[in-house]
Design a protein around this ligand. Structure first.
Ligand code: COA
Length: 377
């Protein structure tokens, strides 16, 4: 049956899902029917991860058990640390994360994806261990020892502790946890789809997540947050911002952190992240990068008038992490350590009625070409 080809599968449903929903016209994002604004105000990242995975908010004992299970599985085997020590210091943390996650699958039973008990522990291990791998690599590449996780610390607090060996400012923990909530899930995006394609072969969840990590790395997806901060640093001062945007558009270059396949208004996550920036900077001092970003946004929106291109999730997140002293190449791995819960929620959902992905193509090549022998070409 012939079909129209849609580049990028734009607008083609790839799944029926109850995990999250985006209303791109009105700028609404819901996880399991609950708006992200409300989750940021009232929930924690781990509670939100539970909601995504299991479809409902946990009771108090269920949440306590979930938090405890995650806390008890944060450590990574010394062999994983040894593996990371063998990787080049200048290696991108996303590549290291992908390699380490693929390696995790060799240590833990994950192949029998029909075993739901096993799948639960795979979810726990992946959500628990990604931060340990990311923080471990941030230190190992500088010649420092990785710091073991602490079971008594909350998820975001423990991540900062593993990065710096010090206790973070409570406001940083609160804001960082909100950032994780905002990055936890976003319907059928490139990395989720990639993971689901892999999952449809009944591959184990470590391989599924390793596939998603590969897709998230690219600058048109999760990699944009790193590039935004580089761009703001390159602009240098608020005075230069408008001219930079004008020049970029004049050269037909896209602005990183702007535009979205689904949102035709400002991404609600960008709006919340902007308010988190203001909360952070009102307590911990201003940020030149933030002032530049606001000026960039104003000029870009003026120039893009009519195209419905506005800041997306990646525009303000890196500014927050930069203020917290986090290296810019860790921004996408941090996106991943949040998004893993969304990937796994889609994985569990798909397993219930799995069908191997096998799309069609429109062949645009020739037929019946003669084979020309090598010495006659
Ligand atoms: C995310 C993205 C790939 C979505 O792209 P898309 O839905 O395929 O939309 P298109 O690239 O076709 O863009 C549609 C129009 O808006 C413009 N546009 C889209 N994003 C833009 C951006 N970031 N800067 C400037 N113009 C942009 C395009 O130039 C195009 O204009 P035209 O119709 O005159 O040619 C795209 O907006 C982009 O590359 N953004 C920058 C990377 C980024 O921030 N990615 C993170 C996404 S969360």
């Amino acid at each position: 049956m012939p079909h129209d080809f849609m580049p990028g599968l734009a607008g083609i449903p790839a799944a029926k899902s109850a995990v999250s929903d985006v209303d791109g016209e009105h700028g609404v994002l819901e996880y399991r029917g609950i708006r992200v604004e409300e989750l940021c105000q009232r929930s924690s990242y781990l509670e939100t991860a539970y909601l995504l995975l299991f479809g409902h908010l946990p009771t108090r004992p269920a949440l306590a058990q979930w938090e405890q299970d995650i806390a008890h599985h944060r450590r990574v085997k010394y062999s994983i640390v040894d593996l990371m020590k063998c990787l080049p210091e200048q290696g991108h943390p996303m590549d290291v994360l992908q390699a380490a996650v693929a390696a995790l699958g060799m240590f833990y039973p994950g192949r029998n994806v029909k075993d739901m008990e096993n799948n639960y522990w795979s979810d726990v291990r992946l959500i628990a261990k990604l931060p340990t791998i990311i923080a471990g690599w941030a230190r190992l590449r500088r010649g420092d020892d990785a710091i073991a996780p602490r079971d008594d610390l909350a998820f975001s607090e423990n991540f900062f502790y593993m990065l710096t060996e010090t206790m973070p400012h409570p406001l940083w923990v609160e804001i960082f946890d909100d950032c994780l909530i905002l990055h936890a899930e976003h319907t059928m995006n490139a990395s989720t789809f990639t993971g689901l394609v892999t999952a449809s072969t009944l591959a184990d969840p470590y391989t599924v997540v390793a596939s998603s990590l590969g897709a998230l790395k690219g600058p048109l997806h999760g990699g944009a947050n790193e590039e935004v901060v580089q761009m703001l640093k390159e602009i240098g001062t608020v005075d230069q911002a408008a001219r930079y945007v004008e020049q970029r558009f004049h050269n037909k270059q896209k602005l990183m952190g702007f535009g979205h396949r689904v949102y035709k208004v400002k991404d609600p996550r960008a709006t919340i992240l902007q308010s988190l920036c203001e909360k952070l900077f009102s307590t911990c001092g201003t940020s030149q990068l933030y002032d530049i970003a606001v000026r960039v946004e104003r000029r870009a929106v003026e120039l893009l008038d009519g195209k419905k291109v506005y800041p997306n999730v990646d525009f303000y997140s890196g500014i927050i992490y930069d203020k917290m002293g986090i290296d810019s190449d860790l921004f996408t791995p941090i996106f991943a350590m949040a998004r893993v819960s969304g990937w796994l929620a889609h994985w569990l959902e798909q397993l219930r009625e799995n069908k191997l992905f096998r799309p069609d193509q429109i062949y645009a090549g020739e037929h019946n070409r003669p084979y020309v022998p090598l010495d006659q070409r």
